[in-house]
Design a binder for this molecule. Sequence first.
Ligand code: AMP
Ligand code: MG
Length: 404
Amino acid sequence: MPRSVEEHRSVVAALLRPTAHEDVPLAQARGRVLAVDVVAAVSLPSFDNSAMDGYAVRAAELAGASEGSPVELPVTTDIPAGRTDVPVLEPGTTHRIMTGAPLPPGADAVVQVELTDGGVDRVRISAQPEVGAFLRHVGEDVTAGDVVLTAGTVLHAAQIGVAAAVGSATVPVRRRPVVLVLSTGSELVAPGTPLRPGQIYESNGPMLAAAVEDAGGVAELLRFVPDDVEEFLGVLRDRVKEGVDLVLTSGGVSAGAYEVVKDAFTGRGVEFVKVAMQPGGPQGAGSVVDLDGVAVVTLPGNPVSSQVSFEVFVRPALRAAMGHPHPERPVVTATLGERVSSPAGRRQFRRGVLDAVTGSVREVGSSASHMLGSLALAECLFVVPEDVTELDAGAAVDVWLLDD
Ligand code: AMP
Ligand code: MG
């Protein structure tokens, strides 16, 4: 009896402990999950200031001012943004003031420059402002002591902006899980070198490392190894020490001979199972007893199986471990563009392209698990449930959106 997709998801998720907190400079905070609320050290605005380039005035002194009968007042000083020694606005005078500059004590309105002659020593003002016009009041946006960002928030541009605005140079975030990526296979050679007959370029390593980073983790791509247990374990022993959250292997876990990952880890805390899904049936997960108990997820070698298994099992677990509020891909319902058939007893994840206008999903390439070319064209995965063997065009399916 194969293991259900849900059960294997729980097994993988349980391997990853929640990551600790660390303070990072704002420049490194993009995409990180906030670990602790950010409290404003200052109010926003932190002082009363002008919302316009213009003149700070006492509104009552401009009673009746209009284009036909402007009021003329002396300009006693300029207040550019950043001036810190702002003098009092004496009755019967104005200060020329710029956007963001502190409002002088005594002023109760700003007249925008467009309603004046723009004078430097004296100014003619041809409108009567309301009291409070074009003033930004201290604390009208945020009050010092307010929580501006709550723990669990993902930090994008606006959140980083507000953290800076309230005076935070660093933010407390959840540590990114460190994932070692290790590919296996005696047929593998590095891209950029010549291929001999029977060899293929190693693609799972760079692909999975990119997927780890996309999920928010830190990927370290190890030197890939042939189907040799001692070499495989040697590479891991050299690198596995404290601070590694997960080892992600690909290949060597199915039912053939030379299954290096299976041979190396069987009986050492890693369980090898068949999961009721396609692609990606053969899976393994556990903690390796004689490698510091490091958490291991062993993905199958077929590139599509590897990548789809990462999506289904590893990505949500990594994101949950770093406290992400949405560990899962967004799922929408779409209608199938064509009839599909699917094996009984296995949940199929098929590669598709979604037409957002019509809400229909079309398959790209075939459902075979070695077809990496079509995986690269896919924008989504659509799901054919375990108990379904035929779906007609127009049937509703769940679609995992692969773009954030
Ligand atoms: P395995 O799971 O090791 O039996 O591999 C299944 C299929 O995936 C074989 O055709 C392998 O050549 C291929 N494969 C395994 N690992 C990789 C890899 N790192 N890059 C590209 N193809 C791979
Ligand atoms: Mg292999």
